[in-house]
Design a protein around this ligand. Sequence first.
Ligand code: GLU
Length: 479
Amino acid sequence: MNSQLQNNAKMIRTRFAPSPTGFLHIGGARTALFNWLLAKRHGGEFLLRIEDTDRARSTQDAIDAILDGLSWMGLDWTGDAISQFARATRHAEVAYALLEGGHAFKCYCSPDEVQALRDEAFAAGRALRSPWRDRDPADAPADTAFTVRFKAPDTDVLLEDAVQGQVRWAAKEFDDLILLRSDGNPTYNLAVVVDDHDMEITHIVRGDDHLVNAGRQSQIYDAMGWDRPVFAHVPLIHGQDGKKLSKRHGALGAEAYRDMGYLPEGLRNYLLRLGWSHGDQELFSDAEAIAAFDLAGLNKAPARMDIDKLNHINGHHLARADDARLVELVMPFLDGLEDRIPQVDITQERLLAAMPALKSRAATLEELAGQSYFLLKPRPFRIEGKAAKPLKDDEARARLYRLFTELGHVKAWTEDALSNALKEFAEAEEVGFGKIGQPLRAALTGGAPAPDLALVMTLIGRDEALARIKDQMTPATPA
Ligand code: GLU
């Protein structure tokens, strides 16, 4: 392995460096996750830097949205989030250090001159070189604004990327990059390099839309005599149609997935597998992910968003989640249900008792809410449409009455005992189980999705089960 990919001696420090766009983009969430895992894997640190130099966009709300998204995802960072904007003085200091070291120069070209030079360079198939790179600074015009430009080296740029392999750019592809604008403000690539250096970042995993920046940034590292970090540029996430993920594809922010009822651990596991693989293992606990994560498993081919897979993975984590936590998490999703008992304590009690049976039946919290609805319907039910059909016939209602009496004798209200009681009742009535099961299901659930009937009766409890049956039965007409 190339020595640049090792950086063994130092503690691993990674970072996530989002620009505050107003939400945590799902691609950003994945980038953060990879960096977080890499740090955890090696007992290192994961840092957060907010690239807030665009003052108009960097509102507190936009920053909070990123912090909230990361917190919800469970991606905790070391120390306070670092503001890039707040470090402008330090960025300028490094620009001047480059100037002193002969790696940068003051450029006095006017914007029009720069445009003309750029056109000329473009026609010649190379990037812009300012005439001031070779001029004597003593020739500088008085009282003229200048930019500080990087003196692009005349050597090719080589980058050893942990995902992309060896990448090479010809020297002529990189221009004399502006480091400080004429108002003294630092530019992006300078700020990123200075921050990453000062934060002692050893590994940078990020989207491959930054690959060219890595080339430019490498030049700055080299000019300063600083060690380059290990770079790993991962392909961006694509939509199901194979195109780059965009607004067209719907949900783009982590919070949208939260609102659809995904668990953070489900989304983490899914995003981990979206661009990283470890044999054909699909399901990972956090401990497994931390133990297995490595840069070598990052894929070079772009991954496609696949909601079915996300549902499958989330369902797996949902089935393993703590019952009390799920009760709390599912509560807001109950608001989408039309009519349910108003008492929060009874709701929570019933949900908690039923959770072990219910949680393996849903892919998301929203589905879990739907699967829990039978527990929470207020009596007596309005049973309508298809669900009412099994109760249309008088015989069925009369049979419910007889069943009510039988169930009244069941001593231990357990799933086994109830299951036996139902079987025995069907035998005694000399009818197929459907003749009993369908009206009973209608009476117990009002048509809401629900598990097996014996289980339903244990989940809602004896009194509620008998009361629901009573609501729908018709006592036999006395002979
Ligand atoms: N702020 C950049 C972005 O949001 C990331 C820069 C970096 O990771 O170096 O795309």
